[in-house]
Design a protein around this ligand. Structure first.
Ligand code: SME
Length: 161
């Protein structure tokens, strides 16, 4: 069980990263590294970004920490990733073996959270985290991951119209 203090501390560190980062790419790279290092149950942490101009729309693997995934490009009608991006809502799966949408990245993955990243009111990408532990993403974790996605969206708005 991760205490409220730890979650608060990591949230503060994320805020500092966002203030110091020169651009969104740098922020995303540092963010996945920090979350992967500090949150022991976050075993794979990565961004998928909407491919500009792609038709049909496509999510493309961006900054990530953890083992290489076979899913470097995900259409919006596939996976937990596609479900989050197409609905614009956070998707939390406590047991991936019971979710028919799930695209396997690692055999060890038990639970997953995907949070859309919005810029100028549009979904421009998402933050995806896999855990080797079932039901790792409790409400407090959802709040942290949503904070991370939101701060990336704000950074993207500073460089994209
Ligand atoms: N599990 C995801 C695919 C991406 S990997 O987890 C890195 C999905 O079902 O969309």
């Amino acid at each position: 069980m991760v205490g409220a203090d730890k979650l608060e501390e990591v949230r503060g560190q994320i805020k500092e990263l966002a203030q110091a980062a020169n651009n969104p790419q740098e922020l995303m790279q540092q963010m996945v590294k920090l979350l992967h290092e500090r949150m022991l149950k976050y075993n794979w942490v990565g961004f998928y970004m909407m491919e500009p101009g792609a038709n049909p729309p496509m999510l493309v693997l961006g900054a990530f920490e953890g083992a290489m995934t076979p899913h470097t490009r995900i259409p919006l009608n596939q996976g937990i990733c596609g479900a989050a991006a197409s609905s614009g809502h956070t998707v939390v799966v406590d047991d991936v073996s019971k979710d028919p949408r799930y695209l396997a990245c690692s055999l060890e993955t038990k639970s997953e959270i995907v949070v859309p990243v919005f810029a100028h009111g549009r979904v421009v990408g998402e933050l995806d985290i896999d855990s080797h532990f079932p039901a790792a993403f409790t409400f407090e974790h959802q709040q942290l991951v949503q904070y991370c996605a939101q701060i990336v969206g704000k950074k993207l708005e500073t460089v994209e119209r």
